[in-house]
Design a protein around this ligand. Sequence first.
Ligand SMILES: Cc1cc2nc3c(=O)[nH]c(=O)nc-3n(C[C@H](O)[C@H](O)[C@H](O)COP(=O)(O)OP(=O)(O)OC[C@H]3O[C@@H](n4cnc5c(N)ncnc54)[C@H](O)[C@@H]3O)c2cc1C
Ligand code: SF4
Length: 477
Amino acid sequence: MAKQPMLKFVHTAKEMPQKRDADVRSHDFNEIYREFADEKAKEQASRCSQCGVPYCHTHCPLHNNIPDWLRLTAEGRLQEAYEISQATNTFPEICGRICPQDRLCEGNCVIEQSGHGTVTIGAVEKYITDTAWDMGWVKPIKPATERAESVGIIGAGPGGLAAADVLRRAGVQVTVYDRYDRAGGLLTYGIPGFKLEKDIVMQRVKQLEDGGVEFVLNCNVGTDISFDAIRGKHDAVLIATGVYKTRELTDPGSDAAGIVRAIDYLTVSNKLSFGDEVPEFEDGTLNAEGKRVVVIGGGDTAMDCVRTAIRQGATSVKCLYRRDRANMPGSQREVQNAEEEGVEFVWLAAPAGFSGNPVSSVTVQKMRLGAPDASGRQSPEKIEGGLYEEEADLVIKALGFEPEDLANQWESKDLETTRWGTVKASFGTHATSIPGVYAVGDIVRGASLVVWAIRDGREAGDAILRYLENQAAVAAE
Ligand SMILES: Cc1cc2nc3c(=O)[nH]c(=O)nc-3n(C[C@H](O)[C@H](O)[C@H](O)COP(=O)(O)OP(=O)(O)OC[C@H]3O[C@@H](n4cnc5c(N)ncnc54)[C@H](O)[C@@H]3O)c2cc1C
Ligand code: SF4
């Protein structure tokens, strides 16, 4: 008898989270949902009208063949659905969980456009690949032949890992360097476990490790090893370092204790999901329990902070954003989720200062939207006299990220950067100004999305293979 899909999680990663504080609720939900997952996935997949103008496909950065795998899922042909899905996406179960589908595939579903509610494409994609893992359909990485060339990848986020997958499958020797103690980049230490369970990320890291990718962790390039040394060790190099410089506040009192960076807060929370002991959590510095929390910012990072603070048991969580709801950069779905969980949004509000050390309140400046600027976006303006105090024991700064100055940090003046500080790389090949050096993901695009980093990584992997072949041809002449 054919093996039936099992409706349970399979933990295969070497490094399994021991403690799941923050993601318990989402797991409970998934476990209940999973009893009906097969039925639900089929029901959703059969809603696809096979419209023939698949805007979902066009608006997916990976151009996934969505109508095809929906049709196969509706017909119960899950293994074939998986084969098609994985052909264009290195980590479909990850994208299915955390892509902002409302802005990508699902937002452009013809059924959504006609007012009948989108097919839940992301949930079906997640279901197909989770089932593939459970059923053993996900094949190990086994190159047909080994090649002598080696590639050094700096950064183990989705961009670096997607490229590692392409290169290793082609038999190239791949070493991935990362300054964190675990691979995965923001998949591991940025995005909270209630959106993306950590064993799902570690399962992919293990697949790469088992396939022969070498990970050199706790290795900060520029400090522990120079960029030039990495170039000297490998035939080609890929920079996939992401963007980590936090935009800071300059208002009076903003250096008080209790005012923290979003990335530090989320990293600690994610480390707890692995069962790590984290002193900054234990001593309360980066723990929202029993606190009045104010998060400043309106992007997806701010949404992750407010939702994490709720899960940690904050007494109140408020999110200050200087524009209104319609003009916030974060996903509307995330705002709705946060509101349902008890977060209060204070629109048209910006910090003007902080009292106390440790912080005890935020001085809030009320704003209004003025005339549109050159980009067409209305600029926030202060309302004269519109100041009030908002009590707070923990203030989390989630104002966005900028690239670090790699050319200077790595003493590599020939690495061209843009006026925004991102690395200049060619569209399509991702080649930088230095021959044999490529760059992908947020360090090229600025803060972006996982799915774009995966696309870049896949493309760069292919471009590096062509480069290695050209080099071999030149050497043979
Ligand atoms: C809190 C948060 C939530 C997010 N949520 C979502 C979401 O829900 N959906 C979505 O699509 N996107 C989300 N994003 C964006 C997404 O995570 C990024 O766009 C994506 O991870 C970028 O991938 P990357 O490979 O370019 O870089 P990263 O994932 O940032 O990985 C870069 C890696 O490089 C390493 N590194 C950096 N410098 C060095 C160095 N000098 N030496 C060695 N290693 C180095 C870092 O340690 C890191 O592991 C979120 C971002 C944040 C901050
Ligand atoms: S990768 Fe993202 S955008 Fe593409 S189909 Fe999957 S969820 Fe949608």
